[in-house]
Design a binder for this molecule. Sequence first.
Ligand SMILES: Nc1ncnc2c1ncn2[C@@H]1O[C@H](COP(=O)(O)OP(=O)(O)OP(=O)(O)O)[C@@H](O)[C@H]1O
Ligand SMILES: [Mg+2]
Length: 447
Amino acid sequence: MSSEESLERTQAVAPPSLTRAKRLLHRSYAKLPDFTPLEYRDWDDKQLRQQVLARLRQLVEEHAAQLGKVDTDSLLSALLNELTRMGPLQQLMKEEGVTEVMINGPDTLYVEKAGKLRRLKRLTFNSEDHLQATARQILAPLGKSISGGQPMADARMKDGSRVNVVAPPLSPNGTTITIRRFAPKPYTGHDLTRFGTLSPNMLRFLHLAVHERANIIVAGGTGSGKTTLLNMLSGFIPERERIVTIEDNAELQLKQEHLVCLEARESGLGGMEETVSIRDLVKNALRMRPDRIVVGECRGAEALDMLQAMNTGHDGSLTTLHANSPRDVLARLETLIMMAGYQLPIKAIRQQIASAVQVIVHQARLSDGTRKVISIMEITGIQEETILLQELFGWQRTGVAEDGTNQGRFICRGMIPKVVQLMRERGATVDLSMFAQAGGDDALRPI
Ligand SMILES: Nc1ncnc2c1ncn2[C@@H]1O[C@H](COP(=O)(O)OP(=O)(O)OP(=O)(O)O)[C@@H](O)[C@H]1O
Ligand SMILES: [Mg+2]
C-alpha cells in the first residue's frame, strides 16, 4: 500500500469531534517551548514519547471543558503519533525512490519520485499548527528552530536528508518544508552510467581528471544532480591524499580515511554563535595543509579564494556552481568575484579563471526527470579577453518518445584534451581510446 492510500484510510475514519479536538490541542502544543537538542540527545524514542505524552495529558486536563465527549485515549494516541513521528511525512521518508518532498502549507504536498513531480492530494496536515509542530519536531533535535525572530531554517537530518523550513510571516500561506532525500547508498560511477547520466568514456575521463589533479567545476541548475556527481567524483581522489571538504550542510559522503569535513554555520543562540561562512572556511582550509579542497557549492565571495587556491598549489580541487551552461559558469564566476567587492579589472578576473579551472562538467535535469551530463568542456586558454572553451564530450537529443522520455546519444568530439597532454608530459600513462569518436582512433587529434 502506498503512503497516500494508507494515510487516506487513517484520515477517513477520524470523526469530526476528534479532528476538532486535535486542532485545539495542536494549537496549544505549538505554544510550548521545543525540547532542547540535549534532551533529544539523551532520550531514546520511548523516553521522548513519554515526555510528549506527559505534556499532552496536561493539555487534555487544561482543555477538558472544550474537548466534550471525545475519546481521550484515541485522542492521545493519535496526537502522540503525530507529534513524535513526522505525521504524513513519516512514510514518505521511507518510501523508496522518493527524492524530494515539498510542503506548501498544510493542504499542499508534492513529491518527486523517479524524477517525476506529483501532488499527493490526499496527504495533508490537520492544520497549520500541526504542520508547524512537525517542522519544529524535525528541527529541534538538530539544534534549529523556526520560533522567535528567525522563521527560516536549514538543516541536515539524521538520515542525511537536507531540510529547509520557512514559516509565517515569511511564507504567508503556511509553513513550507522542502526535504531533499538522498539515495541511502551514494551513487557510484557505475550507477550513474547505468542510469544513462553519463557515458563510460566520460566517466573514464573524469576519473583520470580527478586522479591526476585537474581543477573541476560541476555546473547545472537546481536539483540537476551536481552534489551527487561531485560526491562520485570525489571518490576518485587517491586514498593517500588529505582532503578538506567545505559545505553549508554536510551532504558529501566520502569514504577516504584522511578526510576533514568542515561545515559553515549561521549565527545562532541569540547572537552567541557567530556566522562562519564558506569563505572563512576556504581561507582556513589553506592553513590545514590540504592536498585537495572540495567545496560543496561556490556561490559567494569564496569564488575568488577558491580560484586562488586552485592556482596556488591546491590543484585537483573540486566544486559545484549553479549555472545554465558552461559559458554561464564563466559569467557566474566573474559576477561572484565582482559582487564580493574586488576591484579587479575584468581581464585579470578572466585570467584567474582561465588558469585555475581546467574542466567544466555541465549536468541537467531533463523534462522527463532524468539527469544527464550534457557537456564536458575544457578551458584551453584565453585570447584577448575571451576565455576559450573546447567541448570534449556531449549529449545530443535525437527526439522525444511517445511517453515523453528524451532520446539521445553521447558524443565524443575526438580531441585529446590539453590537460591530458600535460598529464602525459608529467609521466602519466593515459589510454587515449576514451577520446576516440565512434569512427575510430584515427579521428583523434590534439587540441
Ligand atoms: N544521475 C542521477 N540520476 C537519478 N537521480 C539523481 C541523479 N543525480 C542526482 N539524483 C537525485 O536528484 C536529487 C538532486 O540531486 P543533488 O542534490 O545532487 O542535486 P543538486 O544539483 O546538487 O541540487 P541543488 O541545486 O539543490 O544543490 C537527489 O535526490 C538525488 O538523489
Ligand atoms: Mg547541491
